[in-house]
Every structure is written in C-alpha cells, then in structure tokens.
Design a protein around this ligand. Structure first.
Ligand SMILES: Nc1ncnc2c1ncn2[C@@H]1O[C@H](COP(=O)(O)OP(=O)(O)OP(=O)(O)O)[C@@H](O)[C@H]1O
Length: 270
C-alpha cells in the first residue's frame, strides 16, 4: 500500500507541481495516473522511490514513512520503468537486466539466469540477451526496461509513460502483455500516462489529474466512463468519442461495459 498524505512539491522558479495530494493506492493493483502534460504525474511517481522529496506532507509504504528507509536500498527495491527504457547503452541486454541484482550481491551467473527467464516473461527472444540497446527496436527496448524493473522482484512497480515512444500497434502489444504479466504477478503498480485510453485499459483504478496534481476524479475505469465528475473529466475522456477502449451501452436497463471488440467486460453496479 502506498499512501500520499497531503503531499506538496514546488520547484524553484516554477509553479506548484503538486499541491496537497492525498490518496491511498491499494496493494497488488494497478493505479493509472493520467493527466495532461505538467499535471504533476512524474513528480508524484518520483516521490515514492525518493528520487524526489516532498516539500511537505508524507509518502508512506505499508504505513512506513519513506524517509525512514535507506534511500539507495529503497530505490533498488522498487521497479522503475522510464519512457525511453533508461537502459545503459554500453551494457548488453542481459547485463542491463542484471544491474540491480548484481548491486544486491547476486552472483553474475545467477543474475544472468534470472535475466534470461525475465526476457522470456516479457516475450523477447533469448538471442537478444547479448545485444546492446542500440541494436533493439523501440518496443524491444521497452520490454527490456520492464524486465529490468522486475529483476529484483520488487513489490512495487513504477511506470512513467513506458510506452509513450512506440508506435500504436507495438504500444497495444506492450499494453496487452503488461496486463497478462500483471495478472500473474500482482504487483502494486503505479502507471503514469497522458493517454486516457491507456489509463482505462491498464488501471484497476484511474486517477484523473488537473494541474498541480489535483484530483479531478478517481475510480474504476467503468465508473469514470459512466459518470464523469465534471466537464473537465468529460472533456478529458472524450466522452463523446465513438471509438475507444471501453464503452458503455444500456441494455435491458443495465449498463454494460464493452471492450474495443464489443465484448462485454462487466456490468456497472447501479
Ligand atoms: N526539476 C524541475 N524543476 C523545475 N520545475 C519542474 C521540475 N520538474 C517538474 N517541474 C514542473 O512541475 C510541474 C509538474 O511536472 P511533472 O513532470 O510532474 O508533470 P507530468 O504530469 O509528469 O508531465 P509530463 O506528462 O509532461 O511528463 C510542471 O510544471 C513542470 O514544469
């Protein structure tokens, strides 16, 4: 469980990036933080693993203030995937995936075995293990980024626009694979995106942010789609857009959620 308690953060010379953000993110679930550019998503994410410290307020993991943890140990214990994959260019794929385990004193041999297993889990061919990041496609790099984040078997996975830089078809593949992976692994995942469809697809809960990290609405995807809190959310989700990942139809007095292929994904509680 990750808890934000009245967290604020300003940067010198800038506006307030996050203002009094409070929310409890449940364990073993995916929470998607969605908002337009500059709404404070990355700032919130980075306060979880102490890449940034709040100006005021507290971030807690399982009830413990993150400031009580050793910063380096905390960062290593949390998986983090960045938009560009964040791979080290002069290390091979297997070495990149093994980085944190080796820092944690796992033997190189053992770390390589785990790296190969992870390559398989993220759907990559094992022959890629000894390539360098520049020899991979964008989508492959992102998969390696996910494998690397999983290498130390973290409970928490922070994902910052991980699929932002790949084309829509590959992006969809990566999203589906992440869904499959998450249904097996059940990590506590925070997924940052500015793409509402991605947030609705991946999030068990979606937090729609206005600027300053202020919460416009929070809830399961179907609820946000069915009842946008206000004009801002309505506009953000493109409520009137015909083609979207999830949509709602009324049938026999019930509100049924359909996925993109028109298959029922659930019924809304009335
Ligand atoms: N290191 C920094 N120094 C100064 N201002 C910053 C810094 N980092 C972020 N900001 C500002 O804080 C605000 C929130 O930024 P943040 O990166 O958290 O937003 P975001 O929602 O993740 O945006 P994006 O989708 O563009 O990544 C923005 O106004 C940004 O310019």
């Amino acid at each position: 469980m990750i808890e934000f308690r009245a967290v604020s953060k300003s940067f010198s010379g800038g506006a307030v990036a996050v203002e009094e953000f409070s929310y409890v993110l449940p364990s073993h679930r995916t929470v998607a933080l969605v908002g337009s550019s500059g709404s404070g998503k990355t700032t919130l994410l980075r306060m979880v693993n102490r890449m940034l410290e709040p100006g005021s307020g507290t971030v807690l993991i399982d009830g413990r203030d993150v400031r009580e943890f050793n910063k380096v140990a905390l960062r290593r214990s949390i998986g983090y995937v960045m938009q560009d994959g964040g791979l080290l260019p002069h290390r091979t794929v297997a070495e990149n995936i093994s980085t944190v385990p080796v820092l944690n004193r796992v033997s190189r041999k053992e770390a390589r075995v785990t790296a190969l297993e992870l390559l398989e889990q993220v759907g990559l061919d094992l022959t890629l293990a000894d390539r360098y990041p520049a020899q991979l496609s964008g989508g492959q790099r992102q998969r390696v980024g996910v494998a690397r984040a999983l290498a130390a078997d973290p409970n928490i996975l922070l994902m910052d626009e991980p699929f932002g830089a790949v084309d829509p078809i590959v992006r969809r593949e990566l999203q589906n694979q992440l869904l499959a992976l998450q249904s097996r692994l059940g990590k506590t995942m925070v997924f940052v995106t500015h793409d509402i469809d991605e947030a609705l697809l991946l999030g068990d809960e979606v937090i729609v942010l206005r600027s300053g990290g202020r919460i416009a609405q929070v809830g399961p995807p179907a609820e946000i789609l069915a009842a946008p809190a206000d004009a801002f959310v309505r506009d953000f989700i493109g409520a009137d857009r015909p083609e979207r990942v999830l949509r709602i139809v009324e049938t026999q007095g019930r509100k049924v959620v359909l996925d993109q292929a028109g298959r029922p994904a659930g019924v809304l509680a009335s």
